[in-house]
Design a protein around this ligand. Structure first.
Ligand SMILES: Nc1nc2c(ncn2[C@@H]2O[C@H](COP(=O)(O)OP(=O)(O)OP(=O)(O)O)[C@@H](O)[C@H]2O)c(=O)[nH]1
Length: 430
């Protein structure tokens, strides 16, 4: 059965991992329950924001069905507000990595061990340049170096392990006439790899020589590509509120693909949520607008929305944060970090419903209409209808699967956003 996707937060000490994790997990919007039964202390629950199926669907044969489906969207897990759904997703908090980790420096081995479970990484980079490679306080450090050495540590770890065994592995490969995918997967399964991941790695390289003829440079290319395929990474350039951040952001942005980069200020998000909880501001996580009592009074509400008055110091901090982060960058960026990680991972949200005619699951209360789209599961790119069936229904025998309009879909069809992503599963004999 496909397991739930897992995104790991990684980075050197003091880059802001804990603060980022807090800002991602302490969602003060009412988010309800989550579906993961065993929570280990290293895991936390984040909420991925996606457009909900309720925002794009009307009931078949009754396009004008009142009330709109959005008002009846009641997720079992997470929440849905105005068609934006927050879907729970597991995050892994990984120990800080320092250069030399592949030789066991710092918490190196523990870090690399933890990494095996991750499907994608969020690399939290301190873009202010105020911490050195080991996380010690400094000024003027170049954080683009972190991006390079960090990946290099993972590559050297995998490469080191592979080279130790290469001689024997090559002999066995030739003796049993294995394919390159079989031989490499035998070595890479320990990193949570699958044959599909190894096959994709080799496809990308399109190597001409057979495995037994690979030279060291070729093996290194294979490992580099494998690391990119197995650990797709988003760079969360954190601490953008800091005055020194701008020049560092430009340097990294010039060297990296734009889709890999997200700018964020985790501390600003944590601060705004705290102020909102304490009743000083109105703030919806992830949005540009922060409203204070003064703002609301100026807008004509003499009660100032019931918000508390801030002292001069607090007011100045909030105004600075608006200028330095929200106006300049549009938001604190933390929600986009997760959205981008889900994108690089190619996650597809699928909505299983009991009744494909009404999109409902469960019973309506007296005088109420049945709730819709109660469930949403996240599956990886390339997942089939059958994969989702097994994830949701386990080993129960499949009779058939229906998509919108009552159309039957085959087990091998791929699920994709807007296509076969609302499904109803029927158990039993076809
Ligand atoms: N200016 C600024 N400081 C931040 C931001 N995020 C975190 N910090 C500060 O950076 C320092 C380190 O943050 P942590 O979240 O503890 O970093 P960490 O990566 O978890 O550190 P370790 O636990 O040592 O691995 C703290 O003093 C935070 O307040 C940010 O967005 N802006």
């Amino acid at each position: 059965m496909p397991r739930d996707p897992l995104i790991a937060l990684v980075g050197k000490p003091s880059s802001g991992k804990s603060t980022s994790l807090n800002s991602l997990t302490d969602s003060f919007a009412k988010v309800g329950n989550f579906p993961f039964t065993t929570i280990d202390p290293q895991k936390a629950i984040g909420y991925l924001q996606i457009p909900c199926a309720c925002s794009r669907t009307t009931l078949p044969n009754n396009a004008a069905d009142p009330p709109p489906l959005q008002s009846r969207c009641k997720p079992n897990y997470g929440s849905c507000h105005n068609g934006v759904r927050q879907v729970p997703i597991e995050l892994l908090d990984v120990a800080g990595l320092v250069p030399g980790a592949h030789e066991g420096k710092g918490l190196g081995n523990k870090f690399l061990d933890d990494l095996r479970h991750a499907d994608a990484l969020i690399h939290v980079v301190d873009v202010s340049g105020t911490t050195d490679a080991e996380g010690k306080a400094t000024r003027g450090y170049d954080p683009s170096a972190d991006v390079a050495w960090f990946r290099d540590e993972i590559v050297r770890w995998v490469l080191g392990n592979l080279m130790q065994k290469w001689g024997g592995l090559k002999r066995r490969h030739t003796a049993i006439k294995a394919t390159a995918v079989e031989t490499l997967q035998g070595q890479f399964s320990g990193y949570g790899s699958t044959s599909a991941i190894v096959a994709k790695t080799l496809d990308q390289l399109a190597l001409k020589q057979p495995l037994q003829d690979w030279d060291n440079a070729t093996i290194e290319r294979v490992v580099n590509t494998f690391v990119d395929v197995k650990f797709p990474t988003v760079l969360a350039l954190n601490k953008i509120d800091h005055a020194d951040a701008d020049k560092n952001i430009s340097k990294i942005a010039r060297a990296e693909k734009p889709e890999r980069i997200v700018l964020c200020s985790a501390i600003s998000e944590v601060f705004l949520r705290k102020l909102a909880k304490q009743g000083f501001v109105r703030y919806v996580p992830g949005e540009e607008h922060v409203e204070t009592r003064e703002d609301l009074i100026a807008d004509g509400d003499p009660e100032g929305g019931g918000l508390k008055e801030m002292d001069e110091k607090l007011r100045t901090r909030v105004e600075n944060l608006k200028d330095m982060v929200l106006f300049r960058f549009g938001s604190t960026g933390v929600n986009q970090v997760l959205t981008r990680a889900a994108e690089v991972l190619g996650l597809v949200p699928v909505f299983p419903v009991r009744n494909i005619g009404t999109f409902g699951s469960g019973e309506a209360g007296a005088g109420e209409r049945a709730p819709v789209f109660r469930d949403c599961v996240l599956v990886g790119r390339g997942s089939t209808v059958g994969d989702v069936y097994r994830k949701v229904m386990g080993d129960a025998p499949m009779a058939y699967v229906e998509s919108v309009g009552g159309l039957r879909v085959g087990e091998d069809e791929l699920v994709a956003v807007g296509k076969n992503d609302i499904l109803s599963f029927k158990v039993g004999r076809a």
